[in-house]
Design a protein. Structure first.
Lengths: 173, 115
């Protein structure tokens, strides 16, 4: 795929990729923008090369998930090692929702984000990929790096947990 | 029930997607910011490398000048050094001094009467 084609494809996927980055960064907008920028650099510089084994969408989402994990790891390291920021650069991911974004959200979506935040990371990922990004469970499994069976288990348990959490949120409201 | 709940969840995620889409930064701006960040990262990396080289050079110079200034040299004559193990006493046998000397043979050493 030529760089121009790749750029055009990435532009098509951009909104979905940003949504996925938001989910990987627990709706911290600044962190999601950082992760997306780092992902685009990896893709455009050829550090992450698409080999056609999956769809480009699945591949890009996989790179975003990996980049978000790396950012979280760096953030943890920075918290434990006082001088690590000199080597690792400025911090972006702090794993908390961006307060301005949280304020601007409608009630229903704010409840959904809060409920999603209480799920396990894997359940949240699989539900997001299936319901938000319209991927199949098999595609979600490829993005999350788990088997289809495991993804299906996360999907079913995650759905049940999310329904319960949303009911709790509604009762509270 | 499950179908209805799935439909409800799908609707909630759809609303979330619409809200997120409204706040998505433009693609070109994201790529431009990524390139700018890359340039800053490169500059920072070069700065870090330069600082490391300077620190290494200063350390080498300080160590070498201090050694020359002090003029203290640790000289060891390995020939004079003898290490003794704590278990060496186990190798000493009773009467082993008899084994270190040769018996005297000759007119004074032999008693003819015993022959």
């Amino acid at each position: 795929m030529s760089p121009a084609d790749l750029t055009a494809e990435l532009e098509q996927l951009h909104a979905a990729a940003f949504g996925w980055a938001l989910s990987c960064c627990r709706w911290d907008r600044t962190a999601a923008e950082d992760v997306l920028q780092a992902t685009y650099l990896k893709l455009l510089d050829g550090r992450a090369r698409f080999d056609g084994r999956s769809s480009l969408r699945t591949f890009v989402f996989g790179v975003i998930a990996r980049t978000a994990r790396e950012a979280r790891r760096r953030s943890t390291l920075r918290r434990w090692l006082p001088l690590a920021s000199l080597v690792l650069g400025p911090e972006a991911v702090d794993g908390r929702p961006d307060p301005a974004t949280a304020l601007a959200r409608a009630d229903q979506t704010a409840r959904l984000v809060r409920a999603l935040g209480r799920l396990s990371a894997r359940q949240r990922q699989v539900l997001h990929l299936v319901f938000y990004e319209d991927l199949t469970i098999a595609e979600a499994a490829a993005v999350a790096g788990v088997s289809v069976g495991t993804a299906r288990t996360h999907y079913e348990r995650g759905k049940a947990a999310l329904r319960r959490l949303l009911e709790e949120e509604n009762d509270r409201a | 029930m499950i179908e209805r709940d799935d439909h409800h969840l799908r609707g909630a995620f759809e609303a979330l997607r619409r809200e997120d889409a409204a706040g998505t930064p433009p693609f070109q701006a994201t790529v431009a910011a990524a390139r700018a960040r890359q340039a800053v990262a490169r500059g920072r990396r070069a700065l870090r490398l330069g600082a490391a080289v300077v620190v290494a050079v200063v350390a080498v110079v300080v160590v070498s000048t201090r050694r020359e200034r002090d003029g203290v040299r640790l000289e060891l004559d390995l020939a004079t050094v003898r290490w003794q193990a704590p278990t060496d006493f186990l190798l000493k046998l009773p009467g082993d001094e008899l084994l270190r000397s040769l018996p005297q043979l000759g007119p004074r050493g032999l008693d003819r009467r015993t022959l």
